[in-house]
Design a protein around this ligand. Structure first.
Ligand code: 8X3
Length: 249
């Protein structure tokens, strides 16, 4: 069955069940897009999609069949927001948890690759496609104990930026959004549900919120088609780098 969109521009947002993805889905819907919300958690994306009159599609970006089914169900894709991903753990390379690394590479890197590859024909066919990939400041910084995440984000960014050349001459724009500290469940996931450890990441500073990033993605998606906002780094005023914060005690 093909997803109904009433001839509105279609935006596909991965990881749309919470955080930056959910906020982006809401922003794009408010700008007139029909939003296809993709995530693993059915109840969460169904709630987001119902709120914005969009479509919920349960799919894990690490699953070939699920992503193929996603692509097969869409007869139009104007915008793809590669947002699914995240961090697991914070440990030195010498003590690396291979499962953490594998999860981060599977979701951030191969997930972005799989979904982008599957939707590229439709994005090109739209005549004015846009791929937004949400990376991180970890796509160009490294920090102690963060090697699994920073290496995955570097690779995700390299994949995204490679497309900028490969698609030159095709009607597809590319925007990399590289956020710093955004207060979502990012740290809760990274620390396996340890709320005290997650809260400590944002203690004493004013982090970004998901809506700050979503608002920028909305701006990106509504520029004239000859304008490509290539890379955008967004940090809280209280953050100079992945490891330097202004914390008020
Ligand atoms: C996460 C960025 O600054 O929280 O992608 O490490 S930061």
């Amino acid at each position: 069955m093909t997803t109904p969109h009433n001839d509105r521009r279609v935006a596909v947002v991965t990881g749309a069940s919470a955080g930056i993805g959910a906020a982006t889905a809401k922003t794009l819907a408010s700008l007139g897009f029909h939003v296809v919300c993709v995530a693993r958690r059915a109840d969460r994306i169904e709630a987001v999609a119902a709120e914005i009159g969009g479509t919920a599609i349960v799919a894990d970006v690490t699953d070939d069949d699920a992503v193929d089914a996603l692509a097969a169900g869409l007869d139009r894709v104007d915008v793809l927001v590669n947002n699914a991903g995240g961090a697991r753990g914070l440990e030195p390379v010498a003590a690396a948890d291979l499962d953490h690394w594998r999860w981060m590479w599977e979701t951030n890197v191969l997930g972005t690759l799989r979904v982008t590859k599957a939707l590229l024909p439709a994005l090109e066919a739209s005549g004015d496609g846009l791929i937004v990939t949400v990376t991180s400041i970890a796509a160009f910084e490294v920090y102690d104990n963060g090697g699994g995440y920073t290496s995955a984000k570097h690779a995700q960014s390299a994949l995204h930026r490679t497309l900028r050349g490969e698609l030159l001459g095709k009607p597809v724009r590319l925007t990399e959004i590289a956020p710093g500290a955004v207060h979502t469940d990012f740290s809760l996931l990274r620390f396996d549900g340890d709320a005290a450890r997650a809260d400590a990441v944002y203690a004493g500073l004013t982090p970004l919120v998901a809506e700050d990033i979503a608002e920028v993605i909305g701006f990106v998606a509504t520029r004239p088609s000859h304008v490509d906002l290539d890379q955008i780094v967004i940090r809280p005023r209280d953050q100079a780098s992945a490891t330097r914060y202004n914390r008020r005690t």
